[in-house]
Design a protein around this ligand. Sequence first.
Ligand SMILES: [Zn+2]
Length: 141
Amino acid sequence: MKSASKPQLASVEQPFGGTPPRPHCPICGRAVLRVDDDGLTHADPCRHLAFVFVGEVGDFEYRSPDFTRRTAHRRIHDLDLTRLRTLLVNAGYGNGLLALEITYGGMACGPVWYTDVYGFDYGVGGEEEGKEGGSEGGGGA
Ligand SMILES: [Zn+2]
């Protein structure tokens, strides 16, 4: 068995002071983060979202059932980016996984930079196509 295929990493950096990232799933287009009325951010996963890793705390905001199963016996807390990348390989993800690493900075008590990572699993089957259920109002901008 070859292990030539690895999880694919994309590392991008936003201009300092930009708004925190609001990524959309590259597979189905869903916004995977939602901001509530109090300004708090929550994961709003589609079925392709494997995980949301928050660099500020070194922990996961969201883990899919599949990701949870793959990492059941592995360390998933207090991680840095290097450990996270290793974890993805050890979890058995191949090049069907896109890990989008977004670094962004702003002012807190001083300038701070964070890197959040969003994992999208292209290996998720598409059998349930057309069973979306929700009628999004959206459109336009
Ligand atoms: Zn999706």
